[in-house]
Design a protein around this ligand. Structure first.
Ligand code: GLN
Length: 445
């Protein structure tokens, strides 16, 4: 598949051919990375695949949930408006975990997406459709959303690049909220340069999102410099939770960075057990509030009843899947009176501590190198409990809790499966993150 950088040089006719080619490839593909019909009528631009939780005017939007089946988005998300401004068009809907809750794309009402690299393994999640399509050669680039790793982890599992921008960098207006203080839209691409190009297109201040940062759009692609030498912190203590393969891949990546002339220093971070606890309390609390709007009255599917309460109960009981219900229950519990101080408030304190630790590491460091996942992508059906799945998020969620930018890119292969690592940067310093990532990508060519 041609890259975004190459697609930018194509004329209208060539782009139409590319769209037609993608249509054919999607029809022939068994990945289940695209959901719904490829109904987009306009084919006047570079086709970008969009996760099914970002509003595209007049197109279905379901968040891979039965509760939103039949819902048609009444407006474009700001990210989509920005895409259109730069000669791109939303083209196709990417499969995902229901309401972006999960790490495997198995909780979608459309069924699972396959990992193009190894079809018996999960593609990661929740943006599994986006990553599988880009890595599987059926999308030039895709949009995902990252609340606790959902861009970076599937990119790592499928062998492509995923960038989670700083919180506030890309408008969340038109992104269906999972956990509003953590969610960010970001690109999933074939390479680092394409990630920079898409970030530049998507970023910028938006008055429609009160948490959008009042900053001009980034110019990361124009300024990208892989030859810049940076100080990169590594976290040896973090590795105790990782499998042998991941530990090896981490060590190999450090050597490559050293060879590229970067300065490596060792740092420590709060135990990842605290990250998991704080994240799953905060994200479920926010999700329980955000998902209360899906009541059968205002959006999508309704299970009718003469009794209003019964209508709510039946709509939500039949509309939401198991994982979403689990999180609504957990979130309502941690916010309930008597438990608020013990759980929610404590989790917010731990969140502050994590932010402070990042700040202290960044006092003499440009970037942090960390694994993405403690294991290779699991085989389908191998994850035995929700808790086991949650524990797979240990390396990605602290970045969201602190609102930082991070990029995931494939740095090695183990058992023929790509292994991704992430470079984490200071808030609003996507430039250093992309510079470092390009230096690593070039060294691996
Ligand atoms: N796996 C994490 C969760 O289930 C992250 C999901 C995401 O980033 N949307 O919450």
């Amino acid at each position: 598949m041609i890259t975004l950088q190459e697609a930018l040089k194509k004329d209208k006719n060539e782009l139409q051919e590319i769209c037609a080619d993608i249509r054919k490839k999607v029809a022939a593909s068994d990945l289940n990375a695209y959901v719904g019909e490829l109904t987009q009528k306009e084919e006047q631009g570079i086709p970008i695949l969009v996760k099914d939780n970002i509003n595209i005017k007049d197109e279905p939007l379901t968040c891979a949930s039965r509760i939103l089946k039949g819902y048609i988005a009444p407006y474009d998300a700001t990210a989509i408006i920005n895409l259109r401004k730069h000669g791109c068009i939303p083209f196709g809907r990417a499969n995902m975990d229901e309401f972006a809750m999960g790490s495997t794309t198995e909780s979608s009402c459309y069924g699972k997406t396959l990992n193009p690299v190894a079809k018996n393994r999960v593609p990661g999640g929740s943006s599994g459709g986006s990553a599988a399509a880009v890595a599987g050669g059926i999308a030039i680039a895709a949009l995902g959303s990252d609340t606790g790793g959902s861009i970076r982890q599937p990119a790592s599992f499928c062998g492509c690049v995923g960038l989670k921008p700083t919180y506030g960098r890309i408008s969340r207006y038109g992104l269906v909220a999972y956990a509003s203080s953590l969610d960010q839209i970001g690109p999933i691409t074939q390479n680092v340069s394409d990630a920079a190009i898409l970030l530049d297109m998507l970023s910028g201040y938006d008055t429609k999102d009160s948490t959008s940062a009042n900053l001009p759009p980034t110019e990361c692609f124009k300024n990208i410099n892989p030859n810049r030498k940076q100080t990169i912190a590594v976290l040896p203590d973090f590795l105790k939770d990782a499998s042998q393969e991941i530990q090896q891949a981490y060590t190999e990546t450090i050597s490559i960075l050293e060879k590229q002339g970067h300065r490596i220093i060792e740092k420590t971070m709060l135990d990842t057990a605290y990250h998991i606890s704080a994240y799953y309390i905060i994200c479920t609390a926010e999700a329980s509030a955000n998902l209360s709007r899906f009541d059968g009255i205002r959006y999508g599917n309704r299970i009718d009843s003469d009794d209003l309460k019964e209508l709510y109960i039946q709509t939500r009981t039949q509309g939401f899947g198991e994982e979403v219900k689990r999180r609504i229950l957990l979130g309502s519990f941690v916010l309930s009176s008597g438990y608020y101080d013990a759980y929610y408030l404590k989790a917010q304190q731990v969140r502050s501590l994590i932010k402070q630790q990042f700040n202290s590491i960044f006092s003499d460091t440009d970037l942090i190198l960390s694994p993405i996942s403690p294991t290779l992508p699991p085989m389908f059906g191998a994850t035995s409990s929700p808790l086991e799945m949650y524990l797979g998020d240990i390396y990605t969620i602290s970045v969201n809790l602190a609102g930082l930018p991070a990029i995931s890119l494939p740095t090695s292969q183990k058992e023929g499966i790509p292994v991704g690592m992430q470079l984490i940067g200071k808030a609003f310093d996507e430039q250093s993150v992309l510079d470092g990532a390009l230096s690593l990508e070039n060294a691996l060519k």
